[in-house]
Design a protein around this ligand. Sequence first.
Ligand SMILES: NC(=O)c1ccc[n+]([C@@H]2O[C@H](COP(=O)([O-])OP(=O)(O)OC[C@H]3O[C@@H](n4cnc5c(N)ncnc54)[C@H](OP(=O)(O)O)[C@@H]3O)[C@@H](O)[C@H]2O)c1
Length: 345
Amino acid sequence: MLRRVSDDAGAAAVNAINHQFRLAARPVGLPKRTDWNYTEEPVRRPNDGEVLVKAQYLSLDPAMRGWMNEGKSYIAPVQIGEVMRAGGLGEVVESRHAAFKAGDLVYGTLGVQEYATLDGKALTKLDQRIAPLPVYLGALGMPGMTAYFGLLDIGKPQPGQTVVVSGAAGAVGSVVGQIAKIKGCRAVGLAGGKEKCDFLQELGFDAAIDYKAGDVKKALRQHCPNGVDVYFDNVGGEILDIVLTQLARKARIVICGAISQYNSTSGVQGPANYLSLLVNRASMTGMVVFDYADRYAEAAREMAGWIAAGKLKTREDIVEGLQTFPETLLKLFKGENVGKLVLKV
Ligand SMILES: NC(=O)c1ccc[n+]([C@@H]2O[C@H](COP(=O)([O-])OP(=O)(O)OC[C@H]3O[C@@H](n4cnc5c(N)ncnc54)[C@H](OP(=O)(O)O)[C@@H]3O)[C@@H](O)[C@H]2O)c1
């Protein structure tokens, strides 16, 4: 049965204006304000099967930089003129889909805008009793799933082994290190700056290396005396190359991301030390979280249990104001976020 609910709220929304960020140009290097158009249009009320959602929190992710580029990737690029793609959480204002009613809290690809009218099939209901809403964009959302499946399915850490993660104070990295600890491993994190390294100690990492402060190779030797069994790579570039020199035999490298390369205007820096894979009978495997979509619920249940038990700590870095989107996104590339970067609409 299709329900048309909350006609009052729907009627209010029909008069509302939807503000949006649309891609104006393909960036060269770091995205600039002029790469975006801030536009407005009337809110579109839902057709049969659709749901109108008012956005509350949007997920800002390094991957957004890749979606702004032309060319083949694991997902289609955002086209010039389109609303920028973004995952988000919001409240249902009006529903013409049987599974949703006004007031429901949902996750979906809302886009960088105040309102989204989407097929109900593309939305997931959220339960605020399990965790506060923004956690569903971090540890219980896409970054948490990336950490869980990347580490456990590809990294395959064994108790007593050493897991190194870069971008360790960020959304994915902070969860990787904590899951490594839960699984009985030694967790070593690489992050930029003292504040982030202190945060890693608070999370229970065994060691934190400030890659901006000193000799990373020397620090890895010191903190990983038996070599690196699992390297969860979020940054690529020079750090990947250095970690390659410290592998243990049969090490697994999880290629999750390469944020140091996303804004490069001179091509991607490849790993010169890759023969270490041969010498150490090691492997390097890429992963895309969307491949695990049919197992998210299973992972989210286990992660929610760890959060409830105090074994997994979550942190969100929340910036307010849709208008700030172009500058707030840059925090990811300048290393200014601690934990999951979220835009409060
Ligand atoms: N494969 C997948 O399915 C998948 C899914 C989600 C995310 N990812 C990838 O996972 C990685 C982490 O994503 P996230 O959402 O958790 O972001 P995040 O770590 O919360 O934020 C990005 C962090 O990257 C670090 N960084 C920025 N520029 C850097 C550079 N030049 N060199 C070294 N570090 C740099 C900064 O931390 P510091 O201050 O420590 O430098 C920054 O805070 C990204 O590469 C992302 O693309 C992949």
